[in-house]
Design a protein around this ligand. Structure first.
Ligand SMILES: [Zn+2]
Length: 92
């Protein structure tokens, strides 16, 4: 794993806002082994159906959400589309 460890992972609890989009490890209290989940920045970490507020989350790997990526915010103008078309024509 290339995860750079500092001291120990930052744990998040249900109700806290997701700071960065990515793969998180959900750590349950006793009833279930930890597992990966995807969380999107701005969402809230949910409580568990079984261990409720005892579940904790920490970042396994931060992954930018496609629409949060600087280059993938989507064409906001026709100009961008025209430019892309022109570039494609040029290739052929
Ligand atoms: Zn649980």
């Amino acid at each position: 794993m290339m995860t750079p460890h500092k001291d120990r992972p930052q744990f998040y609890r249900p109700g806290q806002a997701v700071p960065v989009s990515g793969i998180y490890i959900a750590v349950h209290y006793q009833h279930r082994a930890q597992h990966e989940v995807v969380a999107i920045r701005g969402e809230e970490f949910p409580p568990c159906r079984v261990c409720k507020e005892e579940v904790r989350f920490y970042v396994a790997r931060s992954v930018p959400h496609m629409t949060h990526d600087f280059d993938l915010t989507g064409p906001s103008s026709e100009l961008t589309n025209e430019r892309a078309k022109a570039a494609k024509k040029g290739e052929q």
